[in-house]
Write a protein that binds this ligand. Sequence first.
Ligand code: SF4
Ligand code: SF4
Length: 179
Amino acid sequence: MKNLKNWVGEITGAFSATLKHAFAERDTVCYPAEKPDLPERWRGRIILTVTPEGEERCVACYLCSSVCPSSAITIQGAEREDDERRYAEKFEIDFTRCIFCGLCEEACPTRAIQTTNDFEMGASSRAELVYDKSRLLENHTGKYPDFDYFKRAGVPIRGKDVGEGANEKPPVDVYTLLP
Ligand code: SF4
Ligand code: SF4
């Protein structure tokens, strides 16, 4: 008799829990018909962005590839002929290796590399998940619409040029360091 009472109690409890959840508001969304509303800081597909004037922001400094814990980034730098400004001749991200940690974005001084809230990166082969520059470069400024590194770095402040401020040393000419 005691066993029967326990059994009835358990069945009743299970039914009431099922009924309660059947009519409760759902926490899940009906993806892909309904897209989840992800925050702007979501670390999804990585892009390369441009300045407000439409110039590539990346200066091929290799900071992102150096900091990447899974060695997912491959860069080959070059210099423009007209103004000797550096740019990435080749830029590749292997998304089969990327763990979306966001360290590359944090390390980038020019805010060129940015994570987005796009997570729909399905592919039918591993090779398709290696994005080259043509797939990474977007013709927009991303999260920083007004940011232009070259208008902030190396510009005179209060009439003093770079290296002339208090406690500043003149910049090093990197070409003098070459063997
Ligand atoms: S998000 Fe992390 S793992 Fe992915 S490319 Fe950037 S640094 Fe590397
Ligand atoms: S994306 Fe940023 S950190 Fe990476 S090489 Fe270009 S400028 Fe440097």
